[in-house]
Design a protein around this ligand. Structure first.
Ligand SMILES: Nc1ncnc2c1ncn2[C@@H]1O[C@H](COP(=O)(O)OP(=O)(O)O)[C@@H](O)[C@H]1O
Ligand SMILES: [Mg+2]
Length: 397
């Protein structure tokens, strides 16, 4: 059918034509932010889930929900080579300049800009990537100790006072939080804790891979009390149907029941895969309704497209021995797998493989759902590994 009208949107962070099945969580976050604005308590939210389940899309949606209700927001993504202070400083500056335009918040926002100046100046020695314009002179003793944990707490507190004076809240939307180094994560948690104790309207809505929950606890033992960790997962059958059917129906196109059943079977309800299957089914079909035959033909193209993009970008970042470890996991099936079983496939000891396993965890490819267990962070990655490193000689090649 007409590719110009193809409604589906596969791709990291691409807003889907129908954001299926996430209404409750969206509402929960709106309520939490609304409560903070009223000076009531609410936990920060860290969404956790595998790659391609729709975390980034939710983060952006929640951010526009918040902006629409007059909340001050900051958006950042933890990259693997920049610091959190470096990322946040310019964004906080913009937020403060915005807050300073509200008459009731002018004074406190200007005070917070002094804190930001002190913060940036003192921490620049440690975090070279802090680049921020100065709108105020630092005030000696205000957020300028040069110790991230203390200074960030003071800075966020000052920003919180400005938000409070403007009768709004400041929400930090941060993606890929699993890449945040422990010290910086600890400082962020501790600063949020301070704001919560002072009933200041500052919170984080974050997203990351499933290991994020453990990393938060490692950084600060009280993290569990400060955060909710809603799990973003594959869509359940009725929601997955909506994700596929609604965008087509809006264009006057329907699927046969067998076609839908095949898409659900192939995608397991994972949002990224649903978009990819929808896109290719649409392109293959000559006319409505889209049939089982269309979907079968589309499956080949959808898998090829995923292999070249979604799976490939992760695979290309691995060393040969890391690839071999993942291939051994794939040999055992979708997982999770016991470390001992993976080692046995490779004919090595668990302890000999421990550093390798750790480096694959750090790259965000696998995680440990419970002690001694290892699971992929990318859905259906086991099938991909078998396609890209086919048997039977993979161990010796
Ligand atoms: N609730 C949803 N319903 C339908 N499609 C979705 C939904 N959430 C995300 N998607 C689609 O899934 C893909 C991956 O979304 P993304 O937010 O990048 O996932 P993640 O950040 O978890 O890796 C995108 O193509 C997006 O359009
Ligand atoms: Mg994402």
């Amino acid at each position: 059918m007409d590719p110009l009208r193809n409604p589906y949107a596969p791709g990291a962070g691409n807003p889907p034509p129908a954001l299926a099945g996430r209404g409750r969580l969206r509402e929960q976050v709106q309520i939490a932010i609304g409560r903070l604005r009223l000076g009531r308590s609410a936990k920060s939210v860290l969404m956790v889930g595998l790659r391609g389940v729709g975390k980034t899309v939710m983060l952006d949606q929640m951010r526009s929900d918040a902006e629409a209700s007059g909340v001050c927001t900051v958006r950042a993504e933890t990259p693997e080579n920049r610091s959190l202070p470096g990322l946040l400083a310019p964004q906080l500056r913009l937020a403060l300049l915005r807050l300073s335009r509200t008459a009731s918040a002018k004074e406190s926002a200007n005070h917070a800009l002094k804190a930001l100046a002190g913060f940036a100046k003192a921490l620049k020695i440690k975090f070279h990537d802090i680049e921020v314009g100065f709108d105020a002179e630092p005030q000696p003793g205000l957020a300028d100790n040069g110790d991230l944990e203390g200074d960030l707490a003071v800075l966020l507190e000052e920003v919180g006072r400005a938000a409070q004076a403007a009768k709004t809240a400041l929400v930090l939307f941060i993606d890929e939080l699993q890449y945040l180094p422990e010290e910086q994560f600890g400082a962020l948690i501790s600063a949020l804790h301070r704001c919560a104790q002072n009933r200041l309207p500052v919170t984080v809505v974050g997203a990351g891979l499933p290991q994020l929950r453990g990393l938060a606890g490692d950084a600060k033992s009280y993290a569990e009390r400060l955060f909710e960790f809603p799990v973003i997962d594959a869509l359940k059958e009725p929601e997955a149907r909506i994700a596929i059917e609604k965008p087509a129906r809006d264009e006057g196109v329907v699927y046969t029941p067998q076609a839908i059943a095949e898409i659900l079977l192939q995608t397991h309800g994972y949002p990224y895969f649903l978009q990819e299957w929808g896109k290719h089914s649409w392109d293959v079909a000559q006319s409505s309704p889209i049939t089982l035959e269309d979907v079968r033909a589309a499956s080949i193209q959808a898998i090829a497209a995923l292999d070249e993009s979604f799976f490939r970008v992760r695979f290309d970042r691995l060393t040969p021995s890391e690839k071999k470890y993942l291939r051994a996991m794939a040999e055992l099936g979708p997982g999770p797998h016991r470390s001992g079983d993976i080692s046995a496939v490779l004919g090595k000891s668990v302890s000999a493989l421990a550093p390798l396993r750790q480096s694959i965890i750090a790259k965000g490819m696998i995680w440990s759902p419970s002690h001694g267990d290892t699971a992929f962070t990318v859905p259906l990655f086991d099938d991909f590994m078998k396609r890209i490193v086919p048997g039977p000689n993979w161990k010796t090649d």
